[in-house]
Design a protein around this ligand. Structure first.
Ligand code: DGJ
Length: 730
């Protein structure tokens, strides 16, 4: 205790308090609940003085006390709003440059700021900064999504020096948060093992999360994290910041607890091998960093991000999605027109909207009969598909479903006509052996000709088959031997690659704004909001074992809304079809099974499940998510989605522990309901031949009762997954 008091006193004196000087300018970036406040002092130095709950008025912002010793030493710039390197700053910088004359220092002073109201409760604040000695400027952008409590921050960097300036580091943001303790939750994994959470206390020094994989950058960890203040993150309580970088390439997230014991968060493009040469008169725009502050724990933070993503980021985020039957696990590369036509009919019988033809349909000189050839040769394989794709599209439509197709247009097989014709389009080093990842190489998207080629692949397909209803865009290799045959500054390659990819996707979206597209990267190797600006949905993992998916989907749900999560019922794992279907329903439902091998009961159940899904999908996709029981600390995993008007909810509970007597022995407390409303609880997806333990009751319960006392879904080793609908009774 004595030690704790001494520690508190120590922190107090270290953060020696000085009142804001009278002439200081305060810039408040506010959402409905939160505020980020920048103070500019008489020396025009901009610092971040508050990130947290919104205060009452400007006077309260002005009264926030400074963290360091003003003007006396370096501590007063620990909370710089965008820390420049090379001069007075001694902590992790947000920006580091070498000027055209070789000077390695930067100073950034405040020039002015402006705020502009955009549509729909969105306010953009720009803060203009400049080096007093050089024609070098940085503008900080803060886009406040007021209703969703999300702030999107990025910066632009430009100069008019005589020669190019080298940007060694160019972060997207530089946050500063005071608290007594900090807990970082980050996520790590690999193929088929995505999104394993680790929560660690942050202590003095720097913790860095990063990727150097180029493409498929999130394979080992995504650029998304949670920081909980003062105590480990809880589901519905406590202060939590959820952050995620919208960038589909190399990134670096630095978390530094400074000598004053405050947390600095510096997210951005990874400076690794990426010293960027910026020509005079040109502008560099960093990717955006998105974050939300919640005083209602991880749950509050995710609900804000979900609302934001649906409304402002994901194409048709508030629209519809297509259920589908995919043939990847059902056939792999082994199919022909006859087999596919039978699958179209199976899809129709099952009741899905679309058939998705996966890998293996292309390549003639080097047919794509396995993953060792053909990528890049996007012509139908004449042996497998003698009548071409147009014929298949029509066949599917005649069977009564739409047709979609798999592509991996950024990649090339060494065994391909494309590689033979354009070896200079491939990322590789001239004097090194080629290294392959899944037997393939990456096309050089920094090259405008390659961008045209990739755009052309999709555009040609769409032009020839205008009713094509879906694209699955895959990306299975990382970048080895990073070197471009065309760009001048090799260290621009990693950045130019991603910008090239976004240029292609921008062009495609301009022409095909409503085409549903799935973002896939050998599973979840590329799930970030940079890419999700273009894709209606993402593939979380090739691991479709429903037991595993409970955990994988649980962790993605911190950041991404269920409408974007493609969950397929497959034959992975040992779970019964009901369990697999229930798990897949917590997002966008699809199938990748051999329908003809289903038993009569399984087929009847699946057909009925698709009909049920039709009636509840909008609550799952657009409702508020409440994670009720975590699979990491309970025998069960339990989550519910509540409609905006709180008149309907869909509630999923699964057994995740198969030990004797495992299950939900006690009621689970619901959340998000209206305490004053009355609800009836009904079971859905009841398997043919079994009876529900719930549907026998006609009892109604108040929202207050369901949230204070709870309800037992009766999950146990004989009832391993239960879906309940909670409907208002008027
Ligand atoms: C990796 C994807 O994640 C799979 O779903 C499948 O499309 C294969 N690629 C095809 O090669």
């Amino acid at each position: 205790m004595k030690q704790l008091c001494l520690f508190v006193l120590f922190v107090f004196f270290k953060t020696l308090i000085t009142k804001a000087a009278p002439g200081d300018v305060h810039i408040a970036v506010e959402t409905r609940q939160t505020a980020l406040v920048i103070r500019v002092d008489k020396d025009q130095t901009p610092t971040l003085v508050h990130l947290g709950s919104k205060l009452r008025n400007a006077a309260e912002y002005a009264a926030i006390q400074a963290r360091g010793k003003r003007g006396e030493d370096y501590t007063d710039i620990y909370n710089s709003v965008y820390t420049p390197a090379g001069s007075r700053n001694l902590l992790e910088p947000a920006i580091q440059v070498t000027h055209a004359d070789g000077n390695p220092s930067l100073d950034l002073k405040y020039i002015r700021h402006e705020s502009q109201s955009m549509a729909d409760g969105v306010v953009l604040t720009k803060v203009y900064l400049k080096d007093p000695q050089y024609p070098f400027e940085v503008t900080l952008y803060y886009k406040a999504y007021q209703n969703e409590d999300v702030i999107e921050q990025w910066s632009t960097i430009r100069h008019t020096e005589k020669k190019p300036v080298t940007l060694h580091k160019y972060a997207s943001a530089n946050l500063y948060i005071p608290a007594q303790y900090y807990y970082l939750t980050h996520f790590h994994g690999d193929w088929a093992n995505e999104m394993n959470p680790s929560e660690i206390p942050l202590t003095e020094g720097i913790k860095v999360l990063d990727s150097k994989l180029g493409t498929r950058a999130d394979l080992f960890q995504p650029p998304s994290f949670l920081v909980s203040l003062n105590k480990p993150a809880e589901e519905e309580q406590g202060e939590v910041i959820a952050g995620t970088l919208s960038w589909s390439g190399n990134y670096q997230l630095a978390f530094e607890v400074d000598p004053l014991h405050n947390l600095r968060i510096i997210p951005g493009i990874n400076p690794y091998a990426s010293a960027y040469s910026l020509a005079p008169g040109t502008e560099f725009t960093t990717p955006a960093f998105l974050f939300t502050y919640s005083d209602k724990g991880k749950g509050g933070a995710s609900r804000s991000l979900h609302r934001w993503a649906r409304k402002h980021r994901i194409p048709q985020g508030e629209g519809n999605r297509l259920t589908l039957l995919n043939n990847w696990e059902a056939t792999y590369f082994d199919f022909n027109e006859e087999k596919l036509s039978a699958l179209f009919k199976d899809g129709k019988k099952l009741g899905v909207d679309l058939f998705l033809l996966d890998d293996g349909w292309f390549g003639n000189k080097y047919p794509r009969n396995n993953d060792r050839a053909g990528l890049g040769d996007w012509q139908e394989n004449v042996k497998k598909l003698p009548h071409g794709l147009g014929y298949l599209v029509k066949e599917a439509e005649t069977a009564g479903i739409k047709f979609g197709i798999w592509l991996e247009p950024e990649m090339v097989s060494p065994k391909s006509e494309l590689y033979e014709k354009h070896p200079d389009w491939v990322i590789k080093l001239p004097n090194r052996s080629e290294y392959y990842f899944r037997n393939q190489l990456v096309l050089d998207l920094s090259n405008p000709k390659v961008q045209d080629f990739v755009y052309g692949v999709v555009n040609d397909l769409m032009t020839k088959n205008p009713t094509l209803g879906f694209i699955k865009w895959d990306c299975n290799a990382v970048i080895y031997n990073a070197f471009s045959a065309t760009i001048q500054n090799q260290s621009n390659l990693y950045v130019d690659y991603v910008q090239g990819l976004y240029k292609v996707l921008d062009r495609l979206r301009a022409k095909y704004p409503t085409l549903p597209m799935m973002l896939c990267s050998g599973g979840g190797g590329r799930v970030d909001y940079g890419a999700l600006k273009y894709f209606t949905e993402y593939w979380p993992s090739d691991n479709t074992d429903a037991q595993e998916r409970i955990f994988i989907q649980w962790n993605y749900s911190y950041f991404f809304p269920s409408i974007a999560s493609c969950n397929h019922v497959t034959d992975w794992g040992k779970q019964p079809i009901k369990f697999r279907t229930d798990v897949a329903m917590m997002g966008k439902l699809g199938y990748d099974i051999v329908v003809s091998k289903l038993t009569e009961e399984e087929l009847t159940f699946s057909q009925q499940a698709l009909k049920t899904y039709e009636g509840i999908k909008n609550v799952i996709w657009k409702g508020d998510l409440y994670r009720l029981a975590s699979p990491y600390t309970n025998d069960v995993a339990s989550s519910m989605y509540v409609s905006e008007s709180r008149d309907r909810a869909v509630w999923f509970t699964y057994l995740v522990n198969s030990r004797y007597k495992a299950g939900s022995q006690a009621p689970i407390k619901l959340n998000g309901l209206d305490p004053a409303k009355n609800y009836r609880v009904q079971e859905l997806n009841v398997y043919p031949g079994t009876t529900s333990r719930i549907n026998t009751s006609t009892a109604t319960y108040s929202g207050n009762y369901l949230m204070a006392i709870g309800f037992n879904p009766q999950v146990d080793t004989r009832r391993t997954s239960v879906v309940l609908e909670v409907n208002e009774v008027k």
